[in-house]
Design a protein. Structure first.
Length: 70
């Protein structure tokens, strides 16, 4: 067994093999960092307009308005 030869657990070997099959690399993935934006500039502009026209608007109200439009 590979795990005995390397003196690591079976789970460790399985994890590395799965990572290699999925990514082509044995290097671990990046931990943390920021996620890419998924909001379009058009939606961001609409949110800004809603906030300017109604400063007391709640986030759930903005969400409902965006759902109606988009």
């Amino acid at each position: 067994m590979i795990s005995r030869q390397l003196r690591v657990s079976h789970g460790c070997v399985s994890k590395i093999l799965n990572r290699y099959q999925e990514t082509g690399s044995i290097r671990p993935g990046v931990i943390g960092g920021s996620k890419p934006k998924v909001t379009s500039r058009e939606v961001e502009d609409r949110i800004e307009d809603l906030r300017k026209s109604n400063p007391g608007i709640f986030s759930w109200e903005i969400r409902e308005k965006l759902i109606k439009v988009y």
